[in-house]
Design a protein around this ligand. Structure first.
Ligand code: NAX
Length: 328
């Protein structure tokens, strides 16, 4: 039988953690034939809650679950990790300025990057879910100089899936017919969900929709502000859909995109599409053999250019702010 893959989940006692761990243990992260060993990393105050979740994981008797350990420090949490899902982060609380938020998260993602650098397995793949996800990924990567930058990614798959959901609702097409969706830029309200390169049943999605006003005034803001709408309706932020997107992100990264299709991932820019090199920005990417590649050669019209530039400008501001704080 196969050697278990070591999966580290931070923020394991949180609401995304609770929605995520049972599905990892049942094979939805890496596949139905890949055993996993879970390492849960929490802050000391939440270790007891993580122990409760671990009890329930044991009680689920998942055939693929090869073991669970709980840790309260990054060194132990990341030792031997093949996949790390960085979910735990410091949320923005009332009265907190952006600088305070970035600084508080620097205090989490800097030591985690260092621990990944020193203790993770050579094939480590990191997905940052905790917000501000793109910039947290940038900080972690900056403190892991021995790990290729390509191994640090940020989650925009939830935004991608939200865009698929809205297009399916609008057109009546099943989500399985919608391909080549792209989220560009930051995982924030400035993100740009791009239907102009997407396809529905193989046809250009914008043409199938045939309603520019809907794309501009309804679709784009609905996708970009969906997180706030979920909080408003549910009283809590997205959890099951966020966990599902994290599983999708890693599964696609490891197992590859379908022929002709692509996905959206926050990855370190090589300067493609005018996104300054080094920023962690969402792009259309294909994946194969555990490596991602930014899709090249897409035509970007004026409408898309303006929106991509606005989101990328926000990423550059966040990078400048964390640089000034000495976090990168
Ligand atoms: P919760 O507040 O329910 O859970 C967060 C957990 O992280 C807590 O148990 C906390 O103890 C733990 N934690 C805090 N600091 C830690 C550290 N240094 N090491 C280990 N664990 C630590 O939040 P939840 O709803 O689970 O959301 C987690 C993060 O995901 C938030 O930052 C949230 O903003 C972000 N999201 C990102 C999304 C994305 O698409 N990229 C969408 C969903 C979600 O909003």
């Amino acid at each position: 039988s196969r050697t278990p893959v070591n999966v580290t989940v931070t923020g394991a006692a949180g609401q995304i953690g609770y929605a995520l761990l049972f599905r990892i243990a049942s094979g939805h992260l890496l596949g139905p034939d890949v055993p996993v060993k879970l390492n849960l990393l929490e802050i000391p105050q939440a270790v007891k809650a993580a122990e409760g979740t671990a009890m329930e994981l044991i009680d689920s008797a998942f055939p693929l679950l090869a073991g669970i350990d709980i840790h309260d420090n990054p060194k132990d949490g990341f030792t031997g990790a093949n996949v790390a899902l960085l979910v735990g982060a410091r949320p923005r609380t009332a009265g907190m300025e952006r600088g305070d938020l970035l600084e508080a998260n620097g205090g989490i993602f800097k030591p985690q990057g260092e621990a990944i650098n020193a203790h993770a397995a050579d094939d480590i793949k990191v997905l940052v879910v905790g917000n501000p996800a793109n910039t947290n990924a940038l900080i972690a990567a900056a403190h892991a100089p021995d790990v290729p930058k390509s191994r640090f990614t940020a989650m925009t798959r939830l935004d991608h899936n939200r865009a698929l959901g809205q297009l399916a609702l609008k057109t009546g097409a099943p989500v399985s017919d919608i391909t080549n969706m792209t989220i560009w830029g930051n995982h924030s309200a400035t993100q740009y969900p791009d239907v102009f390169h997407a396809k529905i049943g193989g046809k250009n999605a914008a043409e199938v929709v045939g309603d520019q006003a809907w794309i501009e005034k309804d679709f784009i803001p609905t996708v970009a502000k969906r997180g706030a709408a979920i909080i408003e309706a549910r009283g809590f932020s997205s959890a099951a859909s966020a966990a599902n997107a994290a599983l999708n992100h890693v599964n696609t990264w490891v197992n590859g995109t379908a022929e002709g299709d692509w996905t959206s991932m926050g990855v370190v820019s090589d300067g493609s599409y005018g996104v300054p090199e080094g920023l962690v920005s969402s792009f259309p990417v294909t994946t194969s053999n555990g490596e991602w590649t930014i899709v090249q050669g897409l035509d970007i019209d004026e409408f898309s250019r303006t929106r991509i530039d606005a989101s990328v400008a926000e990423l550059a501001e966040e990078r400048d702010a964390v640089r000034q704080l000495g976090l990168i």
